[in-house]
Design a protein around this ligand. Structure first.
Ligand code: MLT
Length: 222
């Protein structure tokens, strides 16, 4: 099995794991504990329309802060206070990346690293690409290290150089913690008073949930 690591766009037609560790991936994984379906939406207006059409909970951020008038932000900690059939979620990077994927698509992060790696192996035929969402096209260290936590479970396979680098970088969990907590993304969240989300996103393997994205919807199984 070929295992590669990319930024923003997947180069696999087989299986892709999207990683937006702070925070979209982690929010999606957490939300599936209390929701059956997540509809990720690129823009705020469409999110509002869909939420009112389906009487859904509406969550999302811009610049990290909760969107005005929404039920909650893109927060894995806060989303645990909500429950329902459908969650409509809009985020700056994570939802946009998912929309662009052409392969089977899974959502991964530190919180489900082992389970998402296992699921990808179950459904892939020859190529798993782990895609770092990044921040507006730029590399983000938290996604690189989150990808490393996932790919560490796939080391028996044919890793490309980026994938191997992420595994090596993620071996020391103490350094991973420091790097993620001092990342630009985390700093922005601390400034908004959302430090609890950073701590939560850094928990390893607390969920075996593996969100799967298909036809514009995210569910546990499709
Ligand atoms: C995103 O999708 O851009 C992020 O998850 C931003 C965030 O809410 O921290």
């Amino acid at each position: 099995m070929k295992i590669s690591l990319s930024l923003e766009n997947s180069n696999s037609k087989d299986v892709t794991i999207m990683v937006d560790a702070l925070r979209a991936s982690t929010t999606m994984i957490t939300a599936l504990e209390n929701f059956q379906t997540i509809i990720p939406v690129k823009n705020i207006e469409d999110a509002e329309k869909l939420a009112s059409k389906y009487c859904a909970v509406l969550a999302g951020e811009r610049g990290g802060a909760a969107v005005k008038g929404f039920d909650t932000g893109n927060s894995p900690v806060e989303i645990q206070n909500f429950k329902g059939e459908i969650l409509v979620l809009t985020t700056t990077n994570g939802t946009r990346i998912l929309e662009g994927l052409k392969s089977k698509a899974l959502v991964g992060s530190f919180v489900n690293a082992e389970s998402v790696a296992k699921k990808a192996l179950d459904i892939a035929e020859n190529h798993i690409d782990v895609v770092m969402a990044g921040v507006n096209g730029r590399f983000a260290i938290e996604d690189f290290l989150g990808a490393g936590a996932i790919i560490s479970n796939l080391q028996d396979h044919a890793l490309d150089e980026m994938a191997l680098a992420s595994v090596m970088a993620s071996q020391n969990k103490n350094w991973v913690n420091i790097a993620v907590k001092t990342s630009k993304s985390a700093q922005g969240l601390y400034e908004l008073g959302l430090g609890d989300d950073v701590d939560f996103c850094l928990k390893y393997n607390i969920y075996d949930t593996v969100p799967m994205y298909k036809n514009g919807k995210i569910k546990r199984n499709l």
